[in-house]
Design a protein around this ligand. Sequence first.
Ligand code: AMP
Length: 281
Amino acid sequence: MQVIKTVQEMQSYSLEQRARGRTVVLVPTMGYLHEGHASLLREGRKHADVLVMSLFVNPMQFGPQEDLAKYPRDFARDSRIAEDAGTDIIFFPGADQMYPGKFRTSVQVAEFSDVLCGKSRPGHFRGVTTVVAKLFNVVVPHRAIFGEKDFQQLVIIRQMVDDLNMPVEVMGMPIVREKDGLAMSSRNTYLSADERRSALSLSAGLFRALEAFRNGQHKSEELVNIVHAGILAAGLKTDYIEVIDETNLASLNEVTDTARLVAAVYAGSVRLIDNIALRKN
Ligand code: AMP
């Protein structure tokens, strides 16, 4: 495995590999890797001649009051996990590489970026789409892999790729969970023991709602109430709980074939997101 730190080196390496007929696959991450990231890398390995993992804590997607400075970082550990999962290249640029002083351009997907997480994190998705567009231009992947954990992000990136005719195939992968159901996240490391216990009410609520749906409850409001009750009882604060259409993030009153229950809550100051597809089996 090799570590590349400059945009120029990464881009020329990828272009050369592509010219030799090799398939380049990219898994973008912000590091502090867990089994969720590893699952994307292992999937990437199956499709790649050259598997690139980018590791960049993107300042542009953090709000002024958010956790950029304290976002967990451990490059040595990340390198081991990435290598074990079959990564060929870690692209590890500094902020000065990605955003030199003269930087002025951004990419924004209208509407989709303003709902759900976008409401409480203004500018977040503009930061995400801008950095992902840049990573696509620098790594020039044939395929890029993202997790359904950040479902809104996945929908927004697919829209960007479509709208801007980017020659990248976007692939989404299922959420990897801890044994007790909590969706894995680098931010789980912020949780105190008490918050970790309370946080479980989020995934537990989603699973209960799925069960209710499978038992015939098709009303979004009722499914949302199930999640909400568990969140309240555990002492967490709700940002949003909604049933949405997976294709356009629109709120749904009734479950359809493309419905997903999505939620964001706060355990203390830690923001947690999770979601579940509402399918009969
Ligand atoms: P992050 O490092 O948090 O920006 O995440 C990098 C990629 O890993 C994103 O595509 C995430 O959706 C994905 N990811 C994060 N957590 C999980 C998880 N628990 N299961 C599957 N994918 C995940």
